[in-house]
Write a protein that binds this ligand. Sequence first.
Ligand code: HEC
Ligand code: HEC
Ligand code: HEC
Ligand code: HEC
Ligand code: HEC
Length: 451
Amino acid sequence: MKTLLVAVALAACGGDDSHLSIDDLQKPSTCMECHPKHYTQWSGSMHAYASVDPVFVAMNQRGQMDTGNQLGTFCVKCHAPMAVQLGLTDGTSFDPTALPEAATGVTCYFCHNVASVADTHNNGLVLAMDDTMRGGLKNPIGSPAHGATYDTLMDGDINNSEMCGSCHDIVTPKGVELERTYLEWQTTFFTESDPAHHLTCSTCHMASSTEVVADAPGLNVPQRNFGFHDHTLPGIDQALTTFPEQDVQAAAVDEELKGAVAVVGPAEPGSNTPTGGICVLPTGMATVRMDTILVGHSWPSGASQDRRAWLEVIFYDAAGAVLLSSGDVMPGQDPEDLADQDFVGMWDRTFDDTGAPAHFFWDVARHDASNLLRPPVTLDKNSPAFDHSFTASATKIDKVTARIRIRPLPYRLLTDLSLDALAPNLKTLDIVASMKLWTQATQKNGCNSPP
Ligand code: HEC
Ligand code: HEC
Ligand code: HEC
Ligand code: HEC
Ligand code: HEC
């Protein structure tokens, strides 16, 4: 590693030709030398995992089989974009272990070499294929390894999410808008140009800090306000196989989810602030209302056909006996297998051409998105847009508990892909802001008092 730096330093005397070769710049380990923190964070991210993810590999393989290889590069174009760019795969019989480092996952070079966005979905990003790294720093001091330039597409404070969005929206070969995080974002008030409301994919997902942007012996890089952007990019998925930085990713996912969605009470008349959480009327009618808090799209979003998110509500009487329970999913059980008529599950229900449930996305002809929690389309918390409620009645309610839970994917998907061995690694995540308790003793005006 040291030798590379020396080579760069020597070559730097020679002017612009001194930059590292494009081949070298395509390898994330090259960046590690001067951007060690960016590298470490990225190395445990789902962007690094995207092409080695065994669920991805098996699903792509299955898709090629089911469609007689018609799928081609459709999946790998987003999950291993450099492999397609460099002509190293046609997507059929895709084997990530046969790929060089430069073509594995969504790499540094891929994001940092985007010249333009040709399409809003299915990865319409066009690379410059040069040695200039684009970023959101307005005045880079210059780098011995590469050209460095400010690019509005990369600047999360002012862009319109088009770079991230192009890979985070999928239109299937049948024309179905299946994954649509970017489309959802476009319906929110975060698109407003007023900087007070303008929140893009990277403002929310790549928190900024004052750390130096490049750090290696001999580099004299200034410390900047908010110059460093976090590259951990947690969401819902976590590596199901051994992978770098797993504890860091797990903690980041918990932190990100903690306040993402919540159980909230109705707002007081004339007020925008929701009070309490669970409400129980004297008639025995209980209401549990859910809301997205600072999510910039629906929840869940993206792979919402595979997510399993649900509300668990349990009513108890004074003796502690269960009067009613909904969403009480057992470990190892898929929520759709629960016999529960009050069940509130939040994921896309997908159907094929014949109207039968579709498990794989090349089969999907339509989906029913009605159960996703909608994104913040308005600041008015009394708007019906926020009405995601569970209502049920019972007599002698003394205590009610609620929580929202999510699993990245259903167990039956692992079974369908012959990946049952990974099932023990599948986590069920509980969302802190959704864990609410109502008791007869602490209720105020029927609702549990705000924490
Ligand atoms: C020899 C050290 C070195 C290597 C290797 C290196 N960089 Fe840099 N990079 C720098 C320096 C120095 C800066 C300027 C930092 C500053 O101005 O604060 C920089 C700046 C950047 C910027 C900011 C551009 C802007 O205007 O926003 C990006 C993006 C970047 N590098 C990406 C990469 C990527 C991706 C790699 C691997 C392909 C890489 N760098 C490899 C030293 C390096
Ligand atoms: C207002 C802040 C905010 C904005 C803007 C935002 N997000 Fe999110 N995003 C969140 C939060 C909070 C979560 C939920 C936490 C989690 O899933 O771990 C989330 C979750 C996600 C997930 C995982 C969702 C799932 O169910 O699988 C993805 C992927 C994602 N965001 C991508 C994007 C993209 C792409 C954009 C821009 C088009 C964007 N986000 C804009 C806050 C935001
Ligand atoms: C998914 C796309 C993506 C990947 C992959 C990615 N980056 Fe970035 N990176 C960004 C964006 C977007 C910014 C600018 C954020 C802003 O300014 O709002 C950024 C900013 C940077 C910067 C400028 C300083 C800063 O933190 O803003 C450096 C340096 C950098 N990235 C290095 C890397 C390295 C090294 C890797 C791989 C180990 C990498 N990036 C992988 C999207 C990416
Ligand atoms: C080349 C396409 C591509 C680009 C560009 C891209 N992503 Fe992603 N992103 C992916 C893929 C593919 C995954 C899923 C990997 C997996 O789980 O197998 C992913 C995963 C994520 C996740 C984690 C989701 C989860 O469930 O864990 C987040 C958050 C995210 N991306 C945000 C962003 C943001 C923010 C940007 C822009 C700065 C961005 N992405 C740019 C392709 C891309
Ligand atoms: C337009 C880019 C794009 C295309 C095309 C694409 N993906 Fe993805 N994929 C993503 C992104 C972005 C995520 C993360 C979404 C999220 O976290 O909500 C993801 C997540 C995943 C995941 C992890 C979550 C889950 O659903 O279990 C798997 C597996 C996956 N994709 C498989 C595939 C397969 C197989 C194909 C082709 C049939 C494919 N993807 C096509 C961008 C893409």
